[in-house]
Design a protein around this ligand. Sequence first.
Ligand code: SF4
Length: 421
Amino acid sequence: MTTLIATKTKPDILRERGQREVFCGLTSIVWLHRRIQDAFFLVVGSRTCAHLIQSAAGVMIFAEPRFATAIIEERDLAGMADANEELDKVVDQLLARRPDIKLLFLVGSCPSEVIKLDLGRAAARLSEQHSPRVRVLNYSGSGIETTFTQGEDGCLSALVEDAPVDQTKAPSLLVCGALADVVEDQMRRLFASLGIDKVDFLPAREADEQPTIGPNTRYLLAQPFLTDTARALEDRGAKRIAAPFPLGVEGTTAWLKAAADTWQISPDVFDAVVELPRARAQRAVAKHRERLSGQSVFFFPDSQLEVPIARFLNTELGMTLLEVGTPYLHQEHLAEELELLPADVTISEGQDVDKQLDRCLAANPDITVCGLGLANPLEAEGLTTKWSIELMFTPLQGYEQAADLAELFSRPLVRKTRLAV
Ligand code: SF4
């Protein structure tokens, strides 16, 4: 049985501020629109933004779409048209045609920021016009200085700012981060078995079910990239429960334990509740450990999931961490994770892509986790790669998904071995 033990010395952090290779926050619409089932995401952007969303979400082409792009034309860019008037017309048409929409997000982009279109004011105006049938919120998915998971952070912080105040005196648990429905259902069952009965998820599945938030809210982050969301929650008086992230068997156990301790649940009850799912997950993960133990991994900065996934690969699968690159390192939210990494691992924050490519090629890892833009050139150099965006499209959190997470890494290595025979 693996048990997480903190290292005594903190790893050194290499900070780089050079050219970066990341997707923008619009990408997160692809998983967010599946999560909030009566929401619509209207990107206010260019044809490039529309192409990005369409290709990222290509698999959804046959479904009734719940995202679109209001194209900013050259006339708008040149200041010849009133972009607000045009936007109001598009929203009116959309809402007239789609009575199923209850929550509309206006998603800002690089072009909307260039022409300084105030989407906050637009959202307030449109919300008033279409209330109470539809709420209109806004956030930025712009790619100028962000990475793709920050789109989710922007969306969730907009929801927090819009959330009603929790008037009750009883403490409530809020799980933050877009999770697959199946993962939410599993977690709800575990919290209920522990005796924690007032549990909400952010975002909720329906617009009308979004949680209330107040000083009695205790929140657990299920994703490591929710900096602005956490800040918005703290502004409302909510308090964070410090924990590692629910990735892997032991990450999930520590995450659940942090909530159980906050609710003063006895260790015996906790052990009894997690015993079976934990043991089942350990057995499932052990099969992958045989294949992955001793293999080396190099992370390029992309999804912001790098640190907790590296911890899982190292502590539960015995993989060697050559470098763990992450776009941003939130020292407070990741404190419990950083303590669990080996003291001699190289952690890098930010990117200078050419230098990092040189380090990666020199290290010659067995598997490299990177964005789509780097995967082909690295494969051409003979390296095996894993697209980091896949980590956002696959349900990974919790006991039942721990082996699936391991499989994402073992599958390309098995394939490589087969091809080499
Ligand atoms: S980087 Fe900017 S212009 Fe490009 S798709 Fe993203 S928001 Fe649109």
